[in-house]
Design a protein around this ligand. Sequence first.
Ligand code: MEV
Length: 323
Amino acid sequence: MVKAFAPGKCILFGEHAVVYGHPAVAVAIDSGVEVELTESDSWTIEGMPFHSEKHPHISHILNDVFEYGGRPLKIAIESGLFSAAGLGSSAALSNAMGAAVLRMMDANAELDSIKLARIGHAAEAKAQFGRASPTDTATSALGGCVVVSGEQVEGTEHIFDATLHTPEGERKWSVCQVDLPSDLDAWLVLGFTGIGSPTGEMVAGVAKLLEEDPSKHQEMDSIAMITQAGLTALGAGNLEGVGMAMDACHEKLQNIGVSSPELDALVEAVRPHSIGAKLTGAGGGGCMVALTKFPQRVAEAIEVAGGTPLISRLGADGVRILS
Ligand code: MEV
């Protein structure tokens, strides 16, 4: 039996703009997806017969990537993430599955988190109609704080490059990491609206908006500037600066039409107890995130406003084999 875990992610700044080569900053969160594989007499997933066409993500990793030819597997998946909610649950599943299959095939295999991030990115791109940045998969694979951008951002450590052929042409991203100050005295509280939102559709909606109204590219440029300011503040442990950048980022995301009344309501509800708050991920539904020194108070405010809270530290470890 092997067990692997990969964390979810929270984008602090730069979602959507990163698809166009602007920078994004994301952190791995404490919750994630655990995959357990046990050799068995028949293929099952969650106690049901496994049909590869119903689980294209998983069968792609098993068959196309690792060319698994061993005994049938009993696949058990446990997720601590809301799905289709902007927390990178499919990236975490892909990374945890990849790590578990790798270990199943070779007990001495070294975990190659860059390879897993690349595999996950290709799968995400398929699911998002060819438009996906490597942010989710890289953050879940590498852990900590990840900066993804068309060009390497100063002060970050380069980890790998990713490329993708998108409907708008060839895109290239530099995937980097930054060390977070060890004494960051703040928590993230995620608030799920209860409304699932497919990332592919949100990304396609933004592409259509930019095509119909090219002036909206200015909003993307503004998000890029805010992201840069937010990253500088984060690196310096300047929480007020991080919070201001999060608030500003939310406004810009509203301007490109990816917020929703439910997300805005949760963001407003947490403001009195937060340093900053914004939607996180693709938007439309899904989650918002607050940076705060009072996680319980923020979690209560989210519940009172009709959302479901999830508290996390900033920058958990990346994908890992548990047993
Ligand atoms: C989704 O978590 C983040 C987006 O920027 C899409 C992507 O980066 O592929 C909306």
